[in-house]
Design a protein around this ligand. Structure first.
Ligand SMILES: Cc1ncc(COP(=O)(O)O)c(C=O)c1O
Length: 476
């Protein structure tokens, strides 16, 4: 068969409105990694992971979770007062049956109590809706505002989470107006200006999307003061804050120094996205969306946003996986099957590893590069998985060639920052992110002492590369 042969379906369906979405740089990197690995291996180089944003294998071994879930499910059987093993417990029947769009009430109630107590919010379980991780929450939020089919502008940070950009711009009528940041968060004057600019250009501006704790990819958390200023602008301008909070518990600040999330400061201004991916496991895809916002919609009606989200979700994925949600409910109970007062003790098991990795990274960056403060800087993340590393004299351009060389010549995998800047930010400043890398300290392939050793080797290899590429003496 010649290459001109095409199936009738391909030639007959004219779809001129559909465009091919560009592949993200992280995907492209993942695709090119096997080849680069080979090149590095041929040179006898070890591969150092400072790129992937995955939870660490040491804290995502599912066996402990499965044992606890089984104990919790046994506890539910006993609570039903069943002695006859031939009788099917009700919770089990429900866990494998069709559920509704709200998912099992018990899971929402347990989540509302524990999360509400951690963040001092009285959460109404009927305003909590399950999502397919935070990803599902982003999608659902966009979906609600896409429904009228009008041109939309989303406000977000420059840089911002690539998953948000990808989902938001799936809608051809949506554009991004981004806001540059300083070390406290988005610059307030720019925030206000961008909302105005979007409106002047005829767009409906529903929300500002952000990751205030452990910002991915910016590698820092917003100050409390800036959070309050953002809320003030959102209130004055009549827009919502879409708060993506995957790292809310991956927090390195002392308990009394942690900033409060937006949903705790302004629940009626915020759409909050919780995910079980980092505090639990990413595979079960458990998340919740929560908001107390009331919207004025067509005909002057005032409607809880949670109702709009629910109707949107019921037309979209319709049914949830009740077993996964009740499995997450198990995590919200301790070993005695009592509802936890807090998720912080669960977080602590994870923080042990991330805190260590973070310290290794920050200490070694300081040790090997601290004398060159005019050449290099990096963020000190109070939460999350990442630090942003800057070549301050623009001596290194962190383009795709550089990223490939970093793997092939030094065995170091890191992510270029430019890819996280929305198009409008790169138009304003074509150099945005072009001298920066996102270094992640969350992931490598070993555990315990081997993990610490691999982490040290990875950061040392990176420091060596940063020095050599900047024309400074390498580490011997
Ligand atoms: C900011 C941000 N949002 C969303 C996600 C995706 O989370 P989930 O697994 O809950 O869909 C991630 C994952 O790394 C993230 O960093």
């Amino acid at each position: 068969m010649g290459t001109q042969d095409k199936s009738p379906a391909t030639t007959q369906l004219l779809a001129p409105e559909i465009t091919l979405q560009p592949v993200s740089v992280t995907r492209r990197m993942a695709a090119s990694l096997p080849h680069l690995r080979e090149v590095a291996a041929q040179k006898g180089l070890k591969i150092h992971h400072l790129g992937a944003g995955y939870p660490h294998p040491e804290v995502t071994d599912p066996r402990g979770f499965l044992a606890h879930k089984k104990a919790y499910f046994d506890h539910l059987t006993q609570a039903e007062g069943l002695n006859d093993p031939d009788v099917l417990p009700e919770y089990l029947r429900e866990a494998y049956a069709y559920t509704d769009t709200l998912g099992p009430y018990q899971a929402r109630l347990a989540f509302a109590r524990v999360y509400g107590s951690d963040w001092q919010v009285e959460i109404d379980p009927d305003h909590v809706l399950p999502t397919i991780g935070a990803t599902g929450g982003i999608s659902l939020s966009c979906s609600v505002f896409e429904r009228p089919g009008i041109p939309i502008a989303y406000i977000t940070d420059a840089p911002t989470y690539a998953g948000f950009l990808a989902r938001a711009t799936l809608n051809h009528k949506a554009v991004i107006y981004s806001v540059e940041m300083d070390s406290d968060g988005p610059i307030i004057e720019r925030f206000r200006e961008q909302i105005q600019a979007a409106r002047n250009a005829g767009y409906f501006v529903p929300l500002y999307y952000t990751v205030p704790d452990g910002h991915n990819p910016a590698g820092f958390s917003f100050s409390e003061q800036r959070r309050r200023e953002i809320i003030q602008v959102a209130e004055q301008e009549g827009i919502l804050i879409l708060e993506d909070a995957p790292y809310i518990y991956i927090n390195f600040a002392a308990a009394d120094k942690r900033s409060r999330p937006f949903f705790s400061l302004a629940p009626d201004r915020t759409i909050h996205l919780f995910t079980g991916s980092k505090i639990g496991l990413p595979g079960p895809r458990v998340g919740f969306i929560y908001t107390e916002a009331i919207l004025e919609v067509a005909d002057g009606l005032h409607v809880p946003l949670s109702d709009l989200l629910l109707t949107e979700a019921s037309a979209d994925l319709l049914l949830h996986n009740p077993e996964a949600l009740r499995g997450f409910e198990a995590l919200l109970h301790d070993e005695t099957m009592t509802l936890r007062k807090s998720l912080w003790p669960v977080a602590e098991e994870k923080l042990r590893v991330y805190r260590e990795n973070r310290s290794i990274m920050l200490e070694l960056l300081q040790q090997h590069l601290g004398d060159y403060a005019d050449h290099f800087s990096w963020t000190h993340p109070e939460a999350g998985f990442f630090t942003v590393f800057t070549f301050k004299q623009n001596q290194v351009t962190t383009d795709e060639d550089f990223i490939a060389r970093l793997v092939a010549d030094y065995g170091v995998v890191a992510i270029p920052m430019y890819a996280f800047y929305p198009d409008d930010a790169r138009l304003r400043n074509p150099g945005a992110g072009m001298h920066q890398l996102r270094l992640s300290f969350c992931f490598n392939e070993s555990t315990g002492e081997a993990r610490r050793k691999d982490m040290r080797e990875a950061v040392t290899a990176f420091c060596h590369a940063a020095r050599v590429e900047s024309g400074l003496p390498g580490l011997v």
